[in-house]
Write a protein that binds this ligand. Structure first.
Ligand SMILES: *Cc1c(COP(=O)(O)O)cnc(C)c1O
Length: 425
């Protein structure tokens, strides 16, 4: 199995003789063992197996294995949301007193998690623009920096990150690059091929694609050598007192240490585990991901070109447009397309956006993106409502910004819908 489409359909699960062709939903909290001794080995991480679905569940692991193959990683886990995935990915290697360099163009929920909630836990973040100069990026590092974080294609700013450049700088400081690859999905970009070390996802978006479950995933490339500067990552390179002193990198190797520690400590203690049924629904989405991503991108490209040619439209941001400052980077990292999300502003600004959106018939107003059904959102009046005009500008989400998530309907219908909404006054 070498091609991404085949992996979307079949990776992660290979039924044996007489076993179900569809992945089984193991809707069970617990698993039975013949002796306490056998179960004890699981609790000691001496043997692998399931004992309680707060930590691990076979259905979730089957789907995680598929995502692992799609990204080209060595180990993966599902979480109950994208928020949990990003929190775990960072908290797995950072403690109070540590510091992280993050792109400022990231999902608002992640920004809040980092800048407010994790700051309260004693972890500091320095935010840099994704297109900052090398000097600015260098200047963001501190002796206690433990990771660099960014999004391949930022939601909703749609900035494209120069993954290779960020990976090189992170590695020169002895720390991993964590990439949230939610928008392009591994169908359009595989960050490990460009030097990223850990990849996260909100599987709620394109991976599910049908708006049916909230979920997340974390994948390890297995390429980061935690022992090279082992004093930076004591959680992986020194004994874990909560598991009789095992050392994760020694026991599970470079390819398994990060995810094993994340499950054994963070899932155990925080319990952000996905429901088996949700993992099953996610797998449904994954089976058609390669077909849907192609259509999302085709539709978004046509819609972006249509909008750019209209006099009522002040500006359009889509990395597939030659006018986009991210066009070159998108060609390099995502030659088959970035995602289905287009942002734009109308000549009439904030007020015109409200009128326009109320006229749309096919595109529906929803706090969601990356769905089979086209949806539209005015962040200044919804997700970013609390922010002042100045704060909106600072995070790259102007008061006039309309975020249009192109679904997999027919492009002609989407364009006709946009045209009638632009024309009716
Ligand atoms: C939605 C989103 C998240 C958060 O994921 P949830 O599944 O909503 O918790 C994180 N990162 C990106 C890029 C997102 O779009």
């Amino acid at each position: 199995m070498t091609q991404i489409g085949t992996k979307c359909v079949q990776a992660g699960y290979r039924p044996q003789n007489g076993e179900p062709r569809q992945i089984p939903i193991i809707q069970s909290t617990t698993f039975r063992y013949e002796s306490s001794a056998a179960m004890g080995k699981l609790f000691d991480l001496e043997a692998s197996g399931y004992f309680y679905s707060r930590l691990q569940n076979p259905t979730a692991d089957t789907v995680a294995a598929k995502i692992c193959e799609l990204e080209g990683g060595t180990a993966a886990m599902l979480t109950s949301s994208g928020q949990a995935a990003n929190f775990f990915a960072v908290f797995n290697i950072c403690s109070a007193g540590d510091h992280v360099v993050a792109s400022s163009a990231i999902y608002g929920g992640t920004f809040n998690l980092f800048a407010v909630t994790m700051k309260r836990m004693g972890i500091e973040f320095t935010f840099v623009k994704p297109d900052c100069s090398d000097e600015e990026l260098e200047a963001a590092f501190q002796p206690n920096t433990k990771a660099v974080f960014g999004e391949t294609v930022a939601n909703p700013a749609l900035a494209v990150l120069d993954i290779e450049r960020f990976a090189q700088v992170a590695h020169s400081h002895g720390v991993p690059l964590i990439i949230d690859n939610t928008f392009p999905t591994p169908v359009n970009c595989r960050p490990f091929e460009w030097g990223a070390d850990i990849v996260t996802h909100s599987t709620t978006k394109y991976m599910d694609g049908h708006g049916s479950q909230v979920g997340g995933a974390i994948v390890d490339s297995g390429k980061f050598d935690w022992t090279a500067q082992s004093e930076k990552f004591p959680g992986l390179t020194t004994p874990d007192a909560s598991y009789h002193g095992i050392v994760y990198v020694e026991k599970f190797g470079q390819g398994g240490a990060f995810i094993t520690k994340c499950v054994a400590q963070l899932m155990r203690d925080f319990g952000a585990s996905p429901a088996p049924m949700n993992a099953f629904l996610l797998n449904f989405g994954l089976e058609s991901l390669h077909l849907r991503m192609k259509r999302h991108c085709e539709n978004a490209q046509k819609v972006a070109e249509f909008l750019e040619a209209r006099p009522e439209v002040a500006w359009v941001n889509y990395a597939g447009l030659k006018s986009s400052p991210y066009y070159e980077l998108a060609q390099k990292y995502m030659p088959n397309g970035t995602c289905g999300v287009v942002s734009f502003g109308l000549v009439g600004g904030r007020d015109a956006a409200e009128v326009f959106m109320s006229k749309l018939q096919i595109a529906q107003i929803a706090t969601h993106v990356a769905d089979a059904r086209t949806c539209v959102l005015h962040p200044a009046n919804a997700t970013h409502r609390q922010l002042s005009e100045a704060e909106l500008e600072a995070c790259g989400v102007g008061a006039d910004l309309i975020r249009l998530s192109c679904g997999i309907e027919d492009a002609d219908d989407l364009i006709a819908d946009l045209a009638q909404a632009l024309e009716t006054k």
